[in-house]
Structures are given as structure tokens and as C-alpha cells.
Design a protein around this ligand. Structure first.
Ligand code: EPU
Length: 417
């Protein structure tokens, strides 16, 4: 297992190229299952989760390779319909193969993901949607078994706008007979990117990015050529790094229109944003101001940015209140930030952060992907040398992080534990 050693205290300056979005790449890779032939995806980030999805699809009988940032998937010979426990247990997003498999093969056997560090994360809404489309669903020895000769269009309402649930049903509906309506659909940019990819394959989709998505099923789809959108959470993370270090960072390949809520809050905290050729320049103030925020489904403030924003608020002037409304256990970073001297109290889903002048280095433990990112954000501004253990969480979602940080002047090195 690797650990990161970070010497904090420098104002970080320079340019960072944002990678393709993990959470767009994963569903679009799963979408390739829907059609035979060779699919080509550009701007696919080299990440552990992407490799896991590649292995999962290869295990179904497809060819997969990732060269540079181009992924090629040959899905002509998909024959196996099982996503085994060994793979699903390492990545919950594996559940994204469920919809495409039932649609293409008429059956799927997918290990039920267990709980995870940030919450229980059930998939009842994915299953309800498929059932409404005529699939028979049974649970057997920890696996979901779904069967349907051909799925039928249906009207599906989600109690909660689930991201991967919307993606699963959208993919399944492309090959169903008739029209599917998804109401209270998730509206994240990754949903729109998936809909664009499916449309390039010949699917008929209206309303992606809005609350109601309409999909008219077609008989078959063709192979895909698609470029993945930039990762808004990676970009947002580098914005908080500029904020906490009082730095001056230019982000290239960044869609600021996907980050309105985050940029708004960062501006309230005193940060300055300006458009520059092919990117955005982000500057941190001498001292950040305390700002309250609440996580919400898109276009609200993303839960995937909550931990990094909290790290910033630890040294802001004043007291801020952050409410987590998406996941019930997404404050795992708080105990670690406290070890650096942060003054944070939690009551239910709300954290109150009283800003202090300086965080101090400490040995830390990463608990999940975004919590790891928040510890890096904090360590970059702390006095002394911070060690972060269990950094494998970070490798699931941030491509070449030490290299990118090194280029803007951070002192970061990776060591084997
Ligand atoms: N939920 C249910 N039933 C369901 C599905 C979801 O109750 O059938 C609940 C969840 O427990 C949660 C809420 O609905 O309380 C929203 O969860 P959602 O389904 O939207 O999350 P997800 O699709 O599992 C994706 C991202 C997460 C991100 C969330 C929220 C991918 C692969 N994952 O997860 O990303 O936090 O949406 O935006 O797209 C990450 O990248 O670090 C990450 C965790």
C-alpha cells in the first residue's frame, strides 16, 4: 500500500490539465455492452475504477484496452451475463452493467453491492425501474438476477434523483420496446454525456439534463466514438487547492458551466475567477471567508466536493456550517481534519467549522475517495509534513495527482508503506 508525504505551506502556482470525468467514463464504458462492434472512447482517465470497469466488461466476453487516454472496447462477443462479487465489491459503479446486460442479453446476474464507507447506498430504485420495464428480479446468494425477453417502455418515477439509477434505466430503455419516461431523473452533466454517447450509438433520447427524460426504444445500436467530458470534481478539487494555499492556478480542459454552484461558493469565500484562453484562472485570497453550504443533487452543491470545501473552511475567517444531504455517513474526513487541529463539531448531517489560523501536519488515514482529496487539500496548507496512509482510495478517482501537484509547486511524494 502506498502513502503520500506532503510538505505544506507553499502558494501553488501554474497550470493543471483536467482529465476526463471518471463518473462519465464508467457509465459510457458500460453503454458499450449495448452494441456489438468496436467502441472508441477518448479522454478516458487512467484510474483504478476505469480499469475495474474494463476488467468487468472483458469478463463478459469483450475485448478491452486502454492506451494513453483512448479506450477501445470490442463488444461483439458478449456472452457471459455475470458481474462477480470479486469485482463488484471493489467498485459499486459495477452495477452499471445491470441495465445494459438485461437489454442486450435478456438476462443479468450482478453481485449486490454491499454498504460502503459513505453510506448504505441501496440500489432499490434501479431494480424498481427494471421491474416496471417487465424484468423479473430475484435475489439469490447475494446476487441480483434480472430477466426479460425484451424490456418494455414504462413510466418510472424516482423518489430520489439517483445518478447511476437514472443511467442504468436510460441505458436499458434504449433497446426496450416503446417509450420510457424517467421522472425526477438525476440531472448531472455525466447523465447528459451518457445520453450524448447513447445518441451517437443511434438511441432516441430527449430531456437528459432535465427532470424528465424520454427514451424511445430502438431495435439495435451501433458502435460508439465519443470524447468524455472533463472531470468537474477534479477541477473543483484544484479550485479548493488554489483557495486554501492562496495560490494562482489555471485549469485547462475545465467546464466551468458544470461548476456553477461550487464557483459561487468559492467566490463568496473570496476567491477570484477569470476566463483565460482555453481555461479558467483561479486565485485564492490572503484569507478565506467562512461560507455555509448544503449538498444537493445537481445543479446544487455536489456531495463529491463537500469534504474538500470543508478542508478549506477549516482555516477560513469565521464559522461555517456545512450540511450533507445526499449520503448519511460522509463526514469520515472530520476526525482526520481534527487531528490537524481543525475545530469541527458534527450534529446529525451538519458540521460546524470554526476557522483557525493554521492547520498542523499529522499522520492521517484516507477513508474514501473524496475524503482522501480533502486531506490533500488540508495538508497542502498545513505547517510541517503530513503523511496520508491508504492512498489507494485516491487512485480510484484522481489521475496522476502527484505529478499534477508537483507541476504547480507542491512538495508531494509517494512511498510504499
Ligand atoms: N439511493 C437510494 N436507492 C437507490 C439509489 C440511490 O436510496 O436505488 C440513494 C443513495 O443512498 C443516496 C442518494 O440516493 O442517498 C443518491 O445516490 P445516487 O444513486 O445518486 O449515487 P450513485 O449513483 O451511487 C453517483 C456517483 C457518486 C456521487 C453520487 C451523488 C458515480 C459512479 N458515482 O453515485 O460518486 O457521490 O452519484 O452525486 O457516478 C465519487 O465519485 O466519489 C462518488 C461517490
Amino acid at each position: 500500500m502506498d502513502r503520500l508525504i506532503i510538505k505544506g505551506g507553499s502558494k501553488l502556482k501554474g497550470t493543471v490539465e483536467i482529465s476526463g470525468a471518471k463518473n462519465a467514463a464508467l457509465p459510457i464504458m458500460a453503454a458499450s455492452i449495448l452494441a456489438g462492434g468496436e467502441h472508441e472512447l477518448d479522454c478516458v482517465p487512467h484510474l483504478r475504477d476505469v480499469m475495474t470497469m474494463g476488467r468487468l466488461i472483458a469478463n463478459l466476453g469483450a475485448g478491452f484496452h486502454l492506451e494513453g487516454n483512448k479506450a477501445v472496447l470490442d463488444c461483439s462477443a458478449i456472452s457471459n451475463h455475470e458481474a462477480p462479487y470479486e469485482l463488484v465489491s471493489t467498485m459499486r459503479a459495477s452495477v452499471l452493467v445491470l441495465g445494459p446486460l438485461v437489454a442486450r442479453l435478456g438476462k443479468a446476474k450482478v453481485s449486490l453491492p454491499g454498504g460502503c464507507a459513505i453510506g448504505a447506498r441501496p440500489i432499490n430504485l434501479h431494480l424498481m425501474g427494471l421491474e416496471k420495464m417487465g424484468a423479473s428480479i430475484t435475489l439469490e446468494s447475494g446476487y441480483v438476477l434480472a430477466r426479460a425477453k425484451r424490456l418494455k417502455g414504462a413510466s418510472i418515477y424516482f423518489d430520489i434523483p439517483t445518478v447511476t439509477g437514472t443511467e442504468n434505466i436510460m441505458m436499458a430503455a434504449t433497446l426496450a420496446e416503446g417509450k420510457t419516461l424517467i421522472e425526477n431523473a438525476a440531472r448531472e452533466p455525466e447523465i447528459v454525456d451518457l445520453a450524448d454517447a447513447l445518441t451517437e450509438m443511434g438511441a432516441n433520447i430527449k430531456g437528459a439534463g432535465e427532470g424528465v427524460i424520454e427514451i424511445e426504444g430502438v431495435r439495435s445500436l451501433r458502435p460508439l466514438r465519443h470524447r468524455i467530458i472533463p472531470d468537474r470534481i477534479e477541477a473543483g478539487t484544484f479550485m479548493t487547492i488554489a483557495g486554501i494555499t492562496g495560490g494562482d492556478i489555471t485549469l485547462k480542459n475545465c467546464r466551468t458551466d458544470h461548476l456553477d454552484a461550487v464557483i459561487n461558493k468559492l467566490q463568496d469565500a473570496g476567491m477570484i475567477f477569470s476566463a483565460v484562453n482555453g481555461g479558467v484562472r483561479v486565485r485564492g485570497p490572503e484569507r478565506l471567508a467562512a461560507v455555509n453550504t448544503k449538498t444537493m443533487p445537481y445543479p446544487g452543491f455536489p456531495t463529491d466536493m463537500q469534504a474538500q470545501f470543508m478542508a478549506m473552511m477549516c482555516i477560513a475567517h469565521g464559522t461555517s456550517v456545512i450540511s450533507e444531504k445526499i449520503f448519511e455517513n460522509r463526514f469520515m474526513h472530520v476526525a482526520e481534519l481534527r487531528r490537524m487541529g481543525a475545530d469541527i463539531t458534527i450534529e446529525g448531517g451538519t458540521a460546524t467549522i470554526r476557522g483557525i489560523r493554521k492547520l498542523k501536519a499529522a499522520p492521517l488515514m484516507a477513508t474514501d475517495l473524496r475524503a482522501s482529496a480533502s486531506l490533500i487539500v488540508a495538508a497542502l496548507a498545513a505547517t510541517g509534513e503530513t503523511t496520508i496512509k491508504r492512498i489507494y482510495h485516491l487512485d480510484r478517482g484522481y489521475e496522476r495527482i502527484e505529478e499534477k501537484l508537483g507541476k504547480i509547486g507542491a512538495h508531494v511524494r509517494r512511498e510504499k508503506e
